[in-house]
Design a protein around this ligand. Structure first.
Ligand code: SF4
Ligand code: SF4
Length: 336
């Protein structure tokens, strides 16, 4: 069956902008790899008016504009239904809500399935694996609410963040997701940001899979899920010899917006005060001084410059000092 599926690298789209809008940083969970960093992202919750103003600020009607509502846990925000409806009214092409599955404030009763796609985070096929990472009791709540959303007619996707804690259990996911009626499966790789960067320092354990682990374990699971009819997206991570390196920060439009007004172009930069823009009085202002953008143009043989700076241990070298693999932009995806 796998030969009926086709794999392709999703090229960056110049005529598309993606707005990753964190409407608050609070969360009811405390996942091991949480990337929220309160020292950098603050603890603010956006008001309904500010959400509307910022949606207007990032909307462009001459390109396809997509919004992804994030937190913390965005369903903790009582005005999330208003945010979804406002984005629709403005003309956003797609609206996605990334949730940990708790669906607070009876969120799915307050919007219609046509208004947003729901993306649930699950990091294991069972409570034993998922709850080790995301907290006790989370698998049960998330999987029940996910199936409730499917029954209510929502398009549902699942994000599985792969780390050394759960990579060996990924192969069990396709059948489970297929049986639940999930349509999209996003496989992510854990980033060394936020809490995973800290825990890596503390216990010396590298949560990131190695090159050979990634290549032997991820594509076969993606193929299996696709053969069951799921639409699968996973990060490229390692470039082939003949593949061109491109930095999304220079060739596409992605805005990672935090409630303290920081706006990043690259998610790997989010732990540092090098955000390219700041929103002040609902105006997007380019920061002066050191900015992430200044790093994007550095050309290095390892590929992504931020990966080299932040995660040098992820790169392996030949004896002559040349890298064995170039690391792609973390936003470059493969699709099956
Ligand atoms: S990863 Fe998401 S769900 Fe988990 S603690 Fe962080 S914000 Fe909450
Ligand atoms: S991950 Fe690397 S290649 Fe991608 S936007 Fe950031 S710096 Fe550029």
């Amino acid at each position: 069956m796998s030969n009926q599926t086709s794999k392709r690298t999703l090229a960056f789209q110049a005529n598309e902008r993606n707005v990753f809008l964190h409407i608050l940083t609070a969360c009811n969970l405390s996942c091991r790899h949480c990337y929220i960093n309160s020292a950098q992202h603050g603890s603010a919750t956006l008001s309904a008016q500010t959400i509307a103003d910022w949606l207007q600020l990032f909307y462009k009607d001459d390109v396809q504009t997509n919004v992804i509502f994030l937190g913390g846990e965005p369903t903790l925000h009582k005005d999330l239904p208003f945010a979804v409806k406002t984005a629709r009214q403005l003309g956003y092409k797609s609206v996605t809500v990334d949730t940990n599955g708790f669906l607070h404030h009876e969120f799915i009763k307050k919007i219609s399935p046509q208004e947003a796609v729901l993306s649930f985070s699950l990091d294991g096929p069972s409570p034993e694996i998922n709850d080790l990472i995301r907290g006790e009791g989370v698998f049960s709540v998330c999987s029940k609410n996910l199936q409730r959303a499917v029954s209510a007619g929502f398009e549902v996707s699942v994000i599985y963040t792969v780390s050394s804690l759960n990579i060996d259990h990924l192969y069990l996911m396709p059948e489970i997701l297929h049986n639940w009626g999930v349509s999209h499966f996003f496989i992510q790789v854990v980033g060394l940001r936020g809490k995973s960067a800290e825990s890596g320092k503390e216990d010396g354990q590298c949560l990131q899979p190695t090159h050979s682990e990634w290549l032997t374990k991820i594509p076969p699971v993606a193929e299996k899920a696709a053969a069951l009819g799921l639409h699968v997206i996973y990060p490229k991570v390692f470039l082939e010899q003949n593949e061109k390196f491109e930095c999304a920060g220079t060739v596409s439009e992605n805005y990672f917006v935090f409630p303290n007004g920081r706006v990043y172009l690259c998610p790997l930069c989010e732990d540092y005060p090098i955000n390219n823009f700041q929103i002040e009085n609902n105006v997007l202002i380019k920061n002066s001084g050191m900015r992430e953008e200044q790093l994007f143009s550095l050309t290095i043989s390892e590929g992504c410059v931020m990966n080299k700076l932040l995660q040098p241990g992820s790169i392996q070298y030949h004896q002559d000092g040349t890298p064995i693999h170039r690391i792609s932009c973390c936003l470059l995806k493969q699709e099956i």
